[in-house]
Write a protein that binds this ligand. Structure first.
Ligand code: HEC
Ligand code: HEC
Ligand code: HEC
Ligand code: HEC
Ligand code: HEC
Ligand code: HEC
Ligand code: HEC
Ligand code: HEC
Ligand code: HEC
Length: 329
């Protein structure tokens, strides 16, 4: 019932736009439709992928600093089966119908601006349906066991590469399309063609393979009371990768061949030959950088932080001699 209504609405939008845009729009739509291979159709009737623009209430929006976002509705509706998780008002319409770049008050109700609707991280639970932003739901996903190990020791960088994973529409977009999009007037077919082009051009970055990292690393920076710790380096990497599987959220955001290394080899440029922990963590706490753990604590907090996060059964944190044998003497 709802799906049927939705489909009609969507088609209605297309017809209105086509009529309003007249001949030249019709021509360019046919062109791009012919040139773009189609994506698999959705069950919901929503477009398989669409460009989300920074729609503004201003009469003549220039568009914003960020590239618009291509949202893959198809993969999302396969994984998130309840439409209302995202369409929190139960209206199957563009979020920008209500959430504009500036935000607004409508019928005495404050509607948060677009960037909050998309990025808000700490959304207080509501009595009825609690809205989800893109980022709040992705954060929830990081609590799954297969992600929680690394993600309990990783501090999110929120750098340019992170933003670009979503703000990714193909550079082929014209200034005119950008302008129409920001006014909420880009013809639906042209929007879908741009989105499909971006989705089809996207390829996951191949990770550095476990075969290409040191197989075993004998951690001996400290070893006084205990023998060095024979760390199963490659096995750790392959085990973490196997658990992660082909999760598309992980594949998209782990956007450098060395991203996974940075879970442990942090705070230095991504590299296949990262610096030793001891090059930044000294044996004693440095009073000038009291936040930074001393070397023994750095190892323990990292090893055990991940094991706790993933509920690894063995070794227990208290079974000291699984990680380093007692010295013989
Ligand atoms: C999970 C996906 C996602 C990530 C990651 C993301 N954004 Fe966005 N952002 C969106 C969506 C969707 C919109 C709404 C569509 C649009 O404006 O392009 C948006 C809108 C915005 C807007 C308001 C519209 C505009 O262009 O002025 C700003 C500013 C913005 N993002 C900045 C950022 C910055 C900076 C980062 C990185 C720190 C970032 N975003 C990361 C999804 C994301
Ligand atoms: C993970 C979040 C999410 C889920 C789940 C989801 N949607 Fe969407 N949907 C969106 C976003 C984001 C848009 C783009 C809105 C925009 O253009 O601002 C959208 C757009 C749509 C549109 C096009 C609206 C328009 O007029 O532009 C329809 C129709 C739609 N969704 C229907 C559904 C249905 C039906 C379901 C359940 C089967 C569903 N959606 C599940 C996030 C979601
Ligand atoms: C019919 C209007 C309407 C539509 C359509 C709509 N929203 Fe909202 N949204 C609101 C209003 C009103 C609020 C404030 C009320 C509240 O927070 O419960 C809100 C709040 C939110 C919040 C909470 C922000 C915060 O700071 O706590 C998020 C996140 C959000 N919306 C995301 C979305 C997304 C994503 C879509 C599209 C899939 C969407 N909304 C579509 C009206 C709408
Ligand atoms: C309710 C949860 C939820 C919301 C809300 C959500 N996502 Fe996602 N997102 C997921 C999940 C789950 C996956 C992984 C899907 C898979 O593995 O098939 C994913 C994957 C992705 C990916 C990687 C796959 C791809 O498309 O290349 C991107 C990018 C992404 N989401 C962007 C967004 C943007 C932009 C929004 C907001 C408009 C959003 N997501 C809202 C749950 C969500
Ligand atoms: C081997 C370690 C490792 C595993 C396992 C892992 N990640 Fe990550 N992930 C990282 C690192 C490192 C970053 C980059 C952090 C940075 O640069 O800020 C990252 C970043 C991300 C980001 C960007 C947002 C953020 O908060 O930084 C998302 C989304 C993400 N990972 C999803 C996943 C998902 C989903 C899984 C599980 C299916 C997963 N990851 C498993 C190491 C890992
Ligand atoms: C998950 C693995 C792991 C567990 C469990 C573990 N450690 Fe460690 N520990 C390490 C690593 C790695 C080092 C660094 C080894 C080095 O540099 O020689 C280390 C170093 C040490 C050191 C400093 C080096 C030395 O030989 O004096 C002490 C002391 C130590 N651990 C005590 C303990 C005690 C006591 C327990 C049990 C309560 C324990 N550890 C449990 C991994 C572990
Ligand atoms: C689960 C945590 C973890 C992950 C993931 C990880 N490493 Fe390591 N790696 C370590 C630890 C711990 C050491 C020992 C560092 C020390 O004691 O200074 C190490 C040491 C190394 C060394 C030095 C070996 C030696 O003998 O001195 C190299 C090279 C290295 N790692 C490369 C990588 C690369 C490349 C990746 C990603 C493909 C990666 N590592 C992923 C934890 C990890
Ligand atoms: C390039 C310098 C550098 C290297 C190499 C490095 N760290 Fe760190 N580490 C830092 C900094 C910076 C902090 C943040 C604390 C601070 O602000 O000083 C930190 C913090 C930590 C923390 C506290 C939790 C957190 O993430 O803030 C742990 C645990 C840790 N490091 C373990 C390690 C281990 C184990 C290695 C080797 C695999 C390592 N570090 C390598 C610079 C480094
Ligand atoms: C990012 C997550 C992560 C970090 C960091 C990590 N581990 Fe592990 N560890 C695992 C997982 C997952 C397993 C279970 C592996 C399996 O059997 O599939 C494991 C298993 C182990 C085991 C038992 C199996 C084996 O390979 O011997 C030991 C011992 C161990 N870890 C030591 C360490 C030490 C020492 C460190 C720190 C230098 C460390 N781990 C850091 C995730 C992690």
């Amino acid at each position: 019932m709802r799906n049927g209504k939705t489909l009609l609405r969507w088609m209605g939008v297309m017809v209105v736009v086509a009529v309003a845009g007249m001949g030249c729009v019709m021509l360019s739509t046919t062109d791009s439709a012919a040139a773009t291979p189609a994506l698999e159709a959705t069950d919901s009737g929503a477009p398989s992928a669409m460009v989300l623009f920074p729609v503004s209430d201003k009469p003549n929006p220039k568009g914003a600093g960020m590239r618009p976002v291509v949202f893959n509705h198809l993969i999302h509706e396969k994984k998130v089966t309840d439409c209302q998780t995202c369409h929190h008002t139960e209206d199957m319409v563009a979020c920008t119908t209500c959430h504009t770049v500036e935000g607004k008050v409508e019928n005495g109700k404050t509607i948060p601006p677009l960037d909050r609707a998309m990025h808000a991280e700490n959304i207080a639970p509501r009595k009825g349906n609690t809205p989800s932003s893109c980022v709040s739901c992705h954060n929830e996903n990081l609590k799954r066991r297969e992600c929680a190990g690394c993600h309990s020791i990783v501090k999110p960088a929120r750098n340019e590469a992170y933003c670009a994973t979503c703000h990714n529409v193909t550079p082929a977009m014209t200034p005119k399309q950008m302008k129409l999009g920001s006014e909420g007037k880009l013809p639906a077919e042209e929007n879908a063609a741009l989105a499909a082009e971006t989705v089809l051009a996207k390829k996951p970055v191949p990770y550095i393979a476990p075969e290409d990292v040191p197989y075993r690393v004998n951690i001996d920076a400290l070893s006084e009371q205990y023998e060095p710790s024979p760390f199963t380096h490659a096995r750790h990497l392959s085990s973490l990768m196997r658990r992660m599987g082909d999760d598309k959220l992980a594949a998209a955001f782990h956007n450098n061949p060395a991203t996974l290394c940075a879970a442990c080899h942090h705070r230095s440029p991504l590299s296949a030959t990262p610096p030793k922990c001891g090059s930044c963590h000294a044996r004693e706490i440095n009073p000038a950088a009291p936040e930074r753990p001393a070397l023994k604590a750095a190892y323990h907090l990292q090893c055990m932080g991940c094991h706790d996060g993933m509920k690894v059964a063995r070794p227990k944190n208290t079974s000291c001699t699984t990680c380093h044998k007692e010295r013989a003497n």
